[in-house]
Design a protein around this ligand. Structure first.
Ligand SMILES: Cc1cc2nc3c(=O)[nH]c(=O)nc-3n(C[C@H](O)[C@H](O)[C@H](O)COP(=O)(O)O)c2cc1C
Length: 173
C-alpha cells in the first residue's frame, strides 16, 4: 500500500517538513509499504470554488491507500490551508484510514480533534493514537524539531493501527 504524509502548513518558515520527515523515517524503518510526503504548499490550491479545480491534487489523493496528516494548530484550530486541501477533493478521500500527527504549544490536540470531525464527513476513519508534539519540549527555539526517543513508540502504534485499518478498507473500495 501507498500512504501519503500530508503537510498541512503552507506558512513561510513552517516546521511541518521536519515533522513529516521524522514520521517518514520511522515508517521507512518498518520495511513495509510506501510512504511519501504530500506537500499541500506544492499544489498551490486555489481557495475551494474560486478557480479551476487542481486535478493533480485529486489524482494524488485518489491514488493513496491511506493518509498521515501532519497538522499544526493556529488559533485553536487546524490551518486554513489544510481545511482547504480537504475541501478541494471529495470521493477521492472516501473509504480510507488516516493517522493524525499534531503539534503546537499544547500538542496541537484541538486541531487534531477538529480534524477527526472533518475527516468523518469525507469518509476517512482516523485511528486512535495521535502522536502530539509540544513546541516547548519537542522543539529547540520553537523551530528545530528534536523529539525525545520515547515519542517513536507512539508513532509506531499509530502506524500499526493505520496499516491494519487500511488493509480492511481496501476490501470495500
Ligand atoms: C497565527 C498563529 C496562531 C497560533 N495559534 C496557536 C494556538 O492556538 N495553539 C497552539 O498550540 N499553537 C499556536 N500557534 C503556534 C503554531 O502551532 C506554531 O507556530 C507551529 O510551528 C505552526 O506550524 P508550522 O510552523 O508548520 O506552520 C500559532 C501560530 C500562529 C502563527
Amino acid at each position: 500500500m501507498k500512504f501519503g504524509i500530508i503537510l498541512g502548513s503552507t506558512r513561510e518558515g513552517r516546521v511541518s517538513p521536519q515533522v513529516g520527515e521524522y514520521i517518514k523515517e520511522i515508517a521507512k524503518q518498518r520495511n513495509e509499504h510506501e510512504f511519501e510526503i504530500v506537500d499541500v504548499k506544492e499544489f498551490d490550491l486555489p481557495f475551494m470554488g474560486t478557480g479551476e479545480p487542481n486535478l493533480k491534487w485529486n489524482e494524488t489523493i485518489k491514488n493513496l491507500d491511506g493518509y498521515i496528516f501532519i497538522t499544526q494548530e493556529y488559533n485553536h484550530g487546524l490551518s486554513a490551508s489544510l481545511k482547504n486541501a480537504l475541501d478541494s477533493a471529495r470521493e477521492e478521500w472516501f473509504n480510507k484510514a488516516a493517522g493524525i500527527v499534531s503539534y503546537g504549544s499544547g500538542g496541537g490536540i484541538r486541531a487534531a480533534e477538529q480534524l477527526r470531525v472533518i475527516l468523518s464527513e469525507q469518509k476517512v476513519a482516523s485511528v486512535r493514537t495521535n502522536p502530539a508534539f509540544n513546541l516547548f519540549t519537542d522543539f529547540e527555539n520553537f523551530t528545530t524539531f528534536k523529539p525525545g526517543d520515547h515519542m517513536a513508540a507512539g508513532v509506531n502504534d499509530m502506524l500499526d493501527e493505520l496499516i491494519s485499518w487500511s488493509e480492511a478498507f481496501k476490501t470495500i473500495r
